[in-house]
Design a binder for this molecule. Structure first.
Ligand SMILES: C[S@@+](CC[C@H](N)C(=O)[O-])C[C@H]1O[C@@H](n2cnc3c(N)ncnc32)[C@H](O)[C@@H]1O
Length: 285
């Protein structure tokens, strides 16, 4: 069978399993399998797939039919131009998190701190810590997570992207006191779990394949945000910045939490889709 016949077969199969954007998934996986861009894959319509290629392609299509995210099927996800390895132990890095990183880079550079110290809470794949280490070459990064397997993955990603020697990955519960890092950070950044527990079961099947620990923000979704915000004044240097990704409706509540923690210049910023997704504040000098 040719590429275009397999594409049609895959699209019909995925459609039948109610996979959103079935055609795009079929084409994307074909392109990955052939090692070419999506447009090139589609224009190679008359090329016959080899037996090996057929097995690989159909294996991936079956996983997609089970509503596995493409990043879990391929084992990687692009993040700010680098390839981040992902496993089911970690959240799949999202495009809005790329925006959080760019905002952090801007804030750190604006602060003119010469060798900034960055603390990331809940590092998962390590995407935020790694991208920031690359974007701010003078920075030292300390990144925590409660999941050992996520930390192992993050460490591997950091080494693969040549910043392993600038990031220290440590297993730590964000609900514990981090006495050792008192007054250490110029920037504290986190994309914490922030989905209210009762909303979890209604999420898309793809999201439900991700670790619950990476998603569950407790009763009102604010448990981790509350703990990180309360901790920030102890861990930040005077003038240090707290930047967090939040749920689209959490802006007003998080603004109050930031103010209650004594942070100033608190702003909630919108992402590229116009949703209020980033809360930022600074510890007074
Ligand atoms: C939303 S994910 C973010 C992952 C990654 N930083 C990103 O942006 O793609 C939240 C992360 O927080 C971690 N986490 C959840 N509860 C935690 C806790 N109590 N202490 C430390 N980390 C925790 C999860 O394991 C997960 O890696």
């Amino acid at each position: 069978m040719t590429v275009s016949e397999w594409l049609k077969k895959a699209e019909d199969y995925l459609d039948g399993r109610k996979v959103p954007e079935a055609k795009a998934s079929a084409e994307f996986l074909m392109a990955e399998m052939l090692g070419v861009g999506r447009l090139t894959a589609v224009t190679q319509g008359t090329r016959e797939l080899t037996v090996k290629e057929t097995h690989q392609y159909w294996d991936w299509i079956k996983w997609r039919g089970k509503r596995f995210p493409i990043a879990y099927i391929l084992g990687h996800q692009p993040f700010l131009g680098i390839r981040i390895s992902v496993t089911r132990d970690s959240l799949v890095p999202r495009p809005e998190t790329e925006e959080l990183v760019i905002e952090c880079e801007r804030l750190v550079k604006l602060s003119k701190v010469e060798a900034p110290k960055i603390l990331e809470i809940g590092t998962g794949t390590g995407c935020i810590a790694i991208a920031l280490a690359q974007l701010v070459p003078s920075a030292t990064v300390f990144a925590t997570d409660l999941s050992n397997s996520a930390l192992e993955l993050a460490q591997k990603n950091a080494i693969a992207h040549h910043v392993g020697n600038r990031i220290r990955f440590v297993r730590e519960d964000l609900f514990s006191e981090k006495q050792g890092l008192r007054g250490w950070a110029d920037l504290m950044v986190s994309n914490p779990p922030y989905i209210p527990t009762k909303e979890l079961d209604g999420l898309e099947p793809e999201v439900l394949k991700e670790p619950r620990m990476a998603l569950d923000g407790g009763k009102d979704g604010l448990d981790a945000i509350r703990a990180i915000t309360a901790m920030a004044p102890k861990l930040l240097k005077p003038g240090g910045i707290l930047a967090m990704e939040i749920g689209a409706t959490q802006g007003p509540a998080v603004t109050k939490l930031f103010a209650a923690a004594g942070l100033r210049d608190v702003v909630v910023k919108k992402d590229a889709s116009g949703l209020e997704r980033f809360a930022i504040g600074a510890l007074p000098d």
